[in-house]
Design a protein around this ligand. Structure first.
Ligand SMILES: Nc1ncnc2c1ncn2[C@@H]1O[C@H](COP(=O)(O)OP(=O)(O)O)[C@@H](O)[C@H]1O
Ligand SMILES: CC(=O)N[C@@H](CCC(=O)OP(=O)(O)O)C(=O)O
Length: 305
C-alpha cells in the first residue's frame, strides 16, 4: 500500500492540533458522567469507549461515573412495575432499590467496563458500596406547597453523598486502571442508597478536585425559554429557570451539580451532547466544545450580579 501524502498531512495536522490540549490536561483528572440517555446507540457507545481509552493513553486520567435511569425503567416495565420521579429523583422503595442495584451495579456497569476493555483500556467496575467508596445518607427533600409552606418529601432509599473515598480512586488511577463507578452509596448501618448519577459525578469531581466535570446527556445543552442553548449561567438565572419550569426533570439535579462542583474547586463543568459522536474528545480537544460550559471564572463573575 502506498502512502497518500495529502491524507497523511491531514492526519498529522489533526494530531498536532490536539497537542496543546493534551499538554494542558496531561496527568489531570477528568470525571465523565455517562448518562443512561446517552447510551442509546451501539456506535455512540463504542465511540465513547474509544474516547475514554484515548484519553488514558495520552496520559489524561478519566474517571467514569454512569447513570442508567432509562435502563432501570425498562426492567421495571418488563416486571410490570413503575416508579415515580420527583424533580428528577426516582422514588425508591426497598424492592425498587434491589432492581436499581441489579441494573446499575450489574448489567449497565459491566457493559461499559467490557466495552472500554474491548478497545484496549483497563477499566474496573465498582459501585459506591465497594471499599465504602461512596458514603451516603438518606436524601431529605422539601417541596413548597401551594400555600407557600415547605413540606418534606420521602423518596425512600434515595441517597445524598456524604463523602467519597478518594484514596481508592487514586490507587486505581496510579495502577493505570480506569474506574467505572455505579451511582450507589452506603451508610454507616450498611443501608444501600440509589443516588442520582449527576450528583455522584459532581461529588467525585469535587473530592478529587478534578480539572473538569463532563456530564454527557441527550440534549445539546441547557435550553432557555425559547429553546436556545443558554450560556453564562449563574445560580440566580438557574433558580429563575427552574421556578418557571424551563429547567425541569433530570436537568434540575444536573445543572445544580455542575454549579456546586465549580463552586467547590472543580475548574469547569460542562453539560455535553452525548449524541454527538466523540463528544468527549471534541469537548477536551477543541476550543468550542459541544455543550453548556460552567467555569469557575463565569460563576465568580456573574454570581455577583
Ligand atoms: N431547560 C432544559 N434544557 C435541557 N434539557 C432539559 C431542560 N429541562 C428539562 N430537560 C430535560 O432533561 C433531560 C436530561 O436529563 P436526564 O433525562 O436525567 O438525562 P441523563 O439520563 O443523561 O442524566 C433532557 O433530555 C430534557 O428532556
Ligand atoms: C435517585 C435517582 O433518581 N437515581 C437514578 C440513578 C441513575 C441515574 O441517575 O441515571 P441517569 O443519569 O441515566 O438519569 C435512577 O434511579 O434513575
Amino acid at each position: 500500500m502506498t502512502l497518500n501524502l495529502d491524507d497523511a498531512k491531514n492526519t498529522a495536522e489533526v494530531l498536532t492540533t490536539a497537542l496543546p490540549y493534551i499538554q494542558r490536561f496531561v496527568d489531570k483528572l477528568i470525571v465523565v458522567k455517562y448518562g443512561g440517555n446517552a447510551m442509546t446507540d451501539p456506535e455512540l457507545e463504542s465511540s465513547f469507549a474509544r474516547d475514554i481509552v484515548l484519553l488514558k493513553t495520552v496520559g489524561i486520567h478519566p474517571v467514569v461515573v454512569h447513570g442508567g435511569g432509562p435502563q432501570v425503567d425498562n426492567l421495571l416495565k418488563e416486571l410490570g412495575r413503575q416508579s415515580d420521579r420527583i424533580d428528577g429523583m426516582r422514588v425508591t422503595d426497598k424492592s425498587t432499590m434491589d432492581i436499581v442495584e441489579m441494573v446499575l451495579g450489574g448489567s449497565v456497569n459491566k457493559s461499559i467496563v467490557s466495552l472500554i476493555n474491548k478497545h484496549g483500556g483497563r477499566a474496573i467496575g465498582l459501585t459506591g458500596k465497594d471499599a465504602n467508596l461512596i458514603q451516603a445518607k438518606k436524601l431529605m427533600m422539601e417541596k413548597i406547597g401551594t400555600d407557600g409552606v415547605a413540606v418534606p418529601v420521602d423518596l425512600g432509599f434515595v441517597g445524598d453523598v456524604v463523602s467519597v473515598n478518594k484514596d481508592v480512586i487514586n490507587m486505581l488511577i496510579a495502577s493505570d486502571f480506569i474506574p467505572v463507578i455505579a451511582p450507589l452509596g452506603v451508610d454507616k448501618e450498611g443501608n444501600t442508597y440509589n443516588i442520582n448519577a449527576d450528583l455522584v459525578a459532581g461529588k467525585v469531581a469535587e473530592f478529587l478536585q478534578a480539572e473538569k466535570l463532563m456530564l454527557l446527556t441527550n440534549i445539546k445543552g441547557v435550553l432557555g425559554r425559547d429553546g436556545e442553548v443558554v450560556t453564562g449561567l449563574t445560580p440566580k438565572k438557574v433558580d429563575g429557570l427552574i421556578e418557571d419550569g424551563t429547567i425541569s426533570g433530570g436537568m434540575i439535579p444536573k445543572i445544580q451539580c455542575a454549579l456546586d462542583a465549580v463552586r467547590s474547586g472543580v475548574k469547569s463543568a460542562v453539560i455535553v451532547d452525548g449524541r454527538v459522536p466523540h463528544a468527549t474528545l471534541l469537548e477536551i480537544f477543541t476550543n468550542e466544545g459541544v455543550g453548556t460550559l460552567i467555569s469557575r471564572e463565569i460563576d465568580a463573575a456573574l454570581s455577583q450580579s
